[in-house]
Design a protein. Structure first.
Length: 94
């Protein structure tokens, strides 16, 4: 996939389902990556952190199109996981 500015709900990168995405996060220059995708309840979203996951802590959130958080994984490890709570188009934020 080409590099896209996807740091807000307004510029969320549209994805197909299923998908695997690689990316880069940097608090100073790329604090958030936002994606829009059609999901089914019970599907699982996983975020694998290449570094140690503690010093380079990333979190995973699912929100509706209005920006309301529906579910989140806020741990400090190499894996963040969310089970999708319901069907529909949603945004997920890394």
């Amino acid at each position: 996939m080409p590099r896209t500015s996807n740091g807000s709900l307004a510029t969320a990168q549209r994805l197909r389902n299923p998908v695997s995405v690689g990316g880069y996060a940097n608090e100073a220059t790329d604090e958030f990556d936002v994606y829009r995708i059609d999901l089914a309840g019970g599907q699982q979203l996983n975020l694998f952190v290449a570094e140690d996951g503690e010093a380079n802590d990333l979190d995973l959130l699912i929100g509706d199109l209005g920006g309301n958080v529906l579910a989140s994984s806020l741990g400090t490890g190499k894996l963040e996981t969310i089970v999708v709570p319901g069907n529909g188009t949603a945004s997920y934020i890394v």
